[in-house]
Write a protein of this length. Structure first.
Length: 193
């Protein structure tokens, strides 16, 4: 089992390095990815350091029917959101969301998974857990920091333009708080064997 884990890790890391060369990896996640993937008992399979997203969908979470109109992995400015809304006039339902960091990490065994989960909880990623136990143990590291709010429902704007500044201020505050937890996770992962 250990040799199979090492072979899978090599294959997955090759894909990650190709994505890094293409600039397709969320820059804020790179330091944590480097730390985790340098450990012999872990490798990452997907990651996001947190994002703000504008999507056309009747309900949040409908991934197959959702059209992502804008996505930022950093704090946004009100003007950016206003421009994205202008380009989305044809959609009846628009949602703005903030999602904190989420990483999927393959662990060599249950013991290494538990060490990683302890580190994630100390860093404030309290919604983390084991997703799968099989030939490897898959862990999801995530936070509870999030916002999902409608901006337009059935063609009616539910947030006025003059209040977008307030919304953007809160969206950015939640995103930055969530990203701070990611930095704390880096510190905790650095202490793992």
């Amino acid at each position: 089992m250990s040799q199979r884990f090492d072979i899978e890790k090599s294959r997955v890391l090759y894909t990650l390095y190709c994505a890094l060369e293409q600039g397709a990896v969320d820059p804020d996640a790179i330091p944590l990815l480097a730390l985790l993937n340098a450990k012999c008992d872990y490798y990452t399979t997907s990651s996001c350091s947190g994002r703000v997203q504008l999507a056309a969908t009747s309900l949040p979470g409908e991934k197959r029917r959702m059209v992502v109109l804008a996505k930022w992995h950093r704090p946004i400015e009100t003007r950016e959101l206003e421009l994205a809304l202008l380009s989305a006039e044809r959609y009846n339902d628009l949602w703005l969301s903030v999602q904190g960091p989420i990483l999927h990490v393959a662990c060599r065994d249950q013991g290494s998974a538990l060490h990683l989960l302890s580190a994630s909880r100390r860093a404030g990623l309290k919604h983390s857990g084991i997703l799968w136990i099989g030939r490897r143990v898959m862990v999801e590291l995530t936070v509870s920091d999030r916002i999902e709010t409608p901006l337009r429902l059935a063609g009616i704007n539910v947030v006025s333009e003059e209040h977008l500044d307030f919304l953007v201020e809160r969206v950015n505050a939640v995103l930055l708080r969530a990203k701070a937890r990611l930095k704390r996770l880096e510190d905790e992962v650095a202490r793992l064997p």
